[in-house]
Design a protein. Structure first.
Length: 244
């Protein structure tokens, strides 16, 4: 349900692990570019679905939304309400990755307040540890919101460490959006043991790189990044709701 890397090796790994579909949502990449990357694997036996992990709010208090089924680009660093409204306008499936994690995720109370506007909450992320994943499980149990599992793979070898098993075949992005929005029965699955733990640690190690000052500086100070709301491609549509 969520990978950050896409390559021949990723596809090979997915096939070897019996994965039918991958949701590809790299950070700070515009939707047309993501779509072009997924189209390159259109002949693969693995269905690759383009998606966006939208960073809402400012850097210190950002809230991530994993959105599947967008028709038009949505920038990062706009208000949470504006991002949610834009996703609703496009009838996209809105899901919550890694709930309650650090300062990058929706909290339990935020999910409760918006439960009728969210299609699923992640209950198992291969990047996180048991106590962190239990947050999502508690949320879905309390609010009766569907869950999902994700490898959150930044490296190919993590693909297939966690996945979502639906009660139906998923052969296109449209079918996945429908399954998510209809609340189709599914189960979050994951591997276990020492090897799985090693993959968790490998993925967790990426956090330092992702949150380094160098990357923050590049993303926030110039305002010319592809998904910055001031970028010319958005034609000023989000100027009144941007936080930078």
């Amino acid at each position: 349900m969520h990978v950050k890397a896409l390559s021949d090796r990723v596809i090979d790994r997915a096939e070897a692990r019996g994965i039918d579909a991958l949701v590809y949502a790299p950070h700070f990449t515009r939707l047309p570019e993501i779509e072009a990357e997924t189209e390159a694997y259109g002949d693969s036996e693995v269905t690759v679905v383009p998606a966006r992990e939208v960073f809402t709010g400012d850097w210190a208090n950002r809230r991530h939304l994993l959105v599947v089924g967008l028709d038009e680009p949505v920038p990062d660093f706009i208000t949470f309400e504006a991002a949610l409204a834009e996703c609703e306008r496009q009838n996209a499936a809105v899901t919550v990755p890694h709930p309650g994690f650090a300062n990058v995720s929706l909290t339990h109370s935020e999910i409760r307040a918006n439960a009728d506007r969210l299609d699923a909450v992640e209950t198992y992320c291969a990047k996180l540890f048991g106590y962190q994943n239990r947050r999502g499980q508690r949320v879905t149990d309390e609010l009766a919101v569907p869950g999902f599992g994700s490898s959150y793979a930044h490296v190919a070898r993590t693909v297939g460490e966690a996945w979502t098993a639906f009660d139906r075949e998923i052969e296109s992005g449209e079918e996945l959006v429908a399954a998510l929005r209809d609340g189709a029965a599914r189960e979050a699955m994951h591997r276990s043991g020492a090897s799985h733990r090693a993959h968790q640690l490998l993925e967790y190690a990426h956090l330092g790189y992702e949150n380094s000052w160098k990357k923050i500086d590049r993303l926030l100070l110039s305002g010319d990044e592809p998904t910055h709301p001031r970028n010319v491609v958005y034609e000023g549509r989000f100027d009144d709701v941007r936080v930078y």
